[in-house]
Design a protein around this ligand. Structure first.
Ligand SMILES: C[S@@+](CC[C@H](N)C(=O)[O-])C[C@H]1O[C@@H](n2cnc3c(N)ncnc32)[C@H](O)[C@@H]1O
Length: 265
């Protein structure tokens, strides 16, 4: 099966990534950044965190790379809006980075490796482009730590479908817990592991995640789900209903577990 990024590029999904900030999602790396560093943000998406990093390391340079020209276009728009000059964005793959050996002080990859069929190949590229002593910083989902509350059999079934789609496209929703093992294998040292949560508890946050999964299961992957006969149309509709009911419940919340790792070359 050829790898295909399962996240999709709908406005809804991109808008959600635009809300991410380095001070929140990148907090585990923040104390390691200082003015003058050269940073790569691999799989930068629409670039909100890349631009936050640019502000932190100014006058150091930040390079954002993404396999999707749609994301690069969004990042360039945001860069213009925020008038940041020490960042640049390029279209390209984590598997074959268009950068020289030992170019970067830091390589950051947020919510990227868990989508990849060959994360070890991306890590080998991160190792190559890092200066000796440079840092790699990873943050990825690990579904075994998630809390979708109150959980019931219908919601467990929704997650079953999400997992099937992810795996089919080459990803792994449990990937975060493998950081340490893969970094060691790649020759990285001084590995520090931490975990944190992205929480969706207010009505607005819950609705954003509800529509994210609707988009993922319906608009982006409906045909695949039905063609692979993982669900019937009726069962798929029941899963949307389960998400809607979860969202409408005043007591519900979702806490998405993220594994984090920082290591040096
Ligand atoms: C879940 S998004 C995360 C975006 C951003 N890092 C963030 O957290 O907001 C994953 C991004 O990785 C990109 N991507 C997927 N496969 C890639 C690859 N092989 N090389 C580079 N980027 C890739 C996708 O296009 C997408 O923009």
């Amino acid at each position: 099966m050829t790898e295909q990024y399962s996240g999709g590029y709908s406005t809804q999904i991109i808008d959600q990534f635009k809300q991410r900030t380095f001070s929140k999602q990148g907090a585990f790396l923040q104390s390691y950044l200082s003015a003058g560093l050269t940073v790569l943000d691999c799989g930068c998406g629409p670039g909100s965190m890349t631009l936050d990093i640019a502000e932190l390391v100014n006058p150091g340079q930040v390079f954002g790379i993404d396999s999707s020209p749609i994301q690069v276009e969004q990042a360039l728009l945001m860069q213009k809006e925020r008038a940041i000059i020490n960042a640049s964005f390029t279209y390209g793959s984590a598997y074959s980075l268009p950068y020289a050996d030992e170019q970067f002080d830091v390589v950051f990859a947020h919510a990227v490796l868990y989508h990849l069929q060959k994360p070890e190949q991306a890590l080998a590229e991160f190792f190559r482009v890092l200066k000796p002593g440079g840092l790699v910083a990873l943050r990825d989902a690990c579904h075994s730590g998630d809390m979708m509350m109150p959980l019931n059999t219908e919601l467990t079934a929704v997650w079953d479908t999400i997992e099937k789609v992810f795996s089919y496209q080459g990803g792994n929703i449990y990937f975060g817990s493998q950081h340490k093992q893969l970094l060691l294998k790649q020759g990285f040292q001084n590995i520090k592991v931490s975990c944190s949560y992205d929480t969706f508890a207010s009505d607005v946050e819950k609705d954003s995640i509800r529509s994210y999964w609707h988009q993922f299961l319906n608009a982006d992957h409906r045909q695949l789900i039905l063609a692979e006969q993982w669900l019937t149309v009726t069962e798929l509709e029941q899963q949307f209903k389960a998400l809607d009911q979860w969202c409408a419940n005043p007591a519900s919340f979702f806490a998405r577990a993220r594994c984090e790792a920082i290591a040096s070359k």
